[in-house]
Design a protein around this ligand. Structure first.
Ligand code: ATP
Ligand code: MG
Length: 218
């Protein structure tokens, strides 16, 4: 299944109240896209539609030639990974936090960690892959948790990554570093909700989708 995303007059309303005003876009696979707009403009709503969480949208959004809300959720989720602001980390080993009980070789795990720029950090842990992540995953910072979630997705060969950037959890330098990490990934589309386009990375996005708050449009 091709992994291009195409939206036509896509919109969303909660209880009759518009949360995402109609938008059109085409995101060829693979591309790097920034999604920007004021608070309340519908950025998280759009990611929730693309990840399959919100099915009752209006208009059309397709992955390849398939309408998203016609696809079984499991099929959509085998293509799309949503990385939220603070991904969950289990009080289990690093290995478990990546495999989640599925079978992957150490080589595959280290490869995914390298792509996520976490391999150096894990190599320094006393028990490496068998190290416990600690209560509430305290071994991993906010940015590292996002990269851990990224590694989970890469292990499973997800083609589209949706990332809702934390607002205040990261300082400017860390936010740019996390963005840089995602922008460098090959063979995946990344749709990145960002509150602020950093000048350092701005030109590296293939496309910027600007959302406007439905309340502003009359
Ligand atoms: N579960 C919900 N039920 C009802 N209304 C909602 C729900 N989630 C969001 N909304 C409304 O939908 C609109 C868009 O919200 P959304 O969270 O998509 O904005 P956003 O662009 O992600 O904002 P922020 O930058 O603050 O994260 C807002 O008016 C919000 O109040
Ligand atoms: Mg949001």
């Amino acid at each position: 299944m091709a992994s291009d995303l195409t939206a036509k007059q896509l919109s969303y309303a909660y209880d009759g109240k518009l949360a995402l005003a109609p938008i059109n876009f085409n995101v060829p696979y693979p591309s790097k896209v920034a999604i920007v707009g004021d608070s309340g403009a519908g950025k998280s709503t759009l990611l929730n539609i693309l990840s399959g969480k919100l099915r009752a949208y209006r208009g059309s959004v397709q992955i390849g030639t398939k309408e998203l809300n016609q696809l079984p959720l499991a099929v959509l989720q085998s293509q799309v990974l949503y990385i939220d602001q603070l991904p969950y980390v289990f009080n289990e080993t690093v290995r478990y936090n990546l495999t989640l009980g599925d079978n992957f070789t150490d080589q595959e795990i280290w490869h995914a960690l390298a792509e996520s720029d976490l391999d150096a950090y894990v190599r320094l842990l006393p028990d490496k892959l068998d190290n416990l992540a600690g209560e509430n995953g305290r071994l991993f910072s906010g940015g590292q948790r996002q990269r851990l979630a990224l590694a989970r997705g890469l292990l499973r060969d997800r083609k589209i990554l949706l990332i809702d950037e934390g607002t205040s959890s990261l300082n400017r330098a860390s936010a740019i570093a996390v963005e840089d990490q995602f922008l460098s990934l090959k063979g995946v589309s990344v749709l990145f909700v960002t509150h602020q386009l950093h000048s350092e990375n701005k030109d590296r996005f293939d496309q910027i989708i600007q959302l406007h708050s439905p309340a502003e449009q009359h």
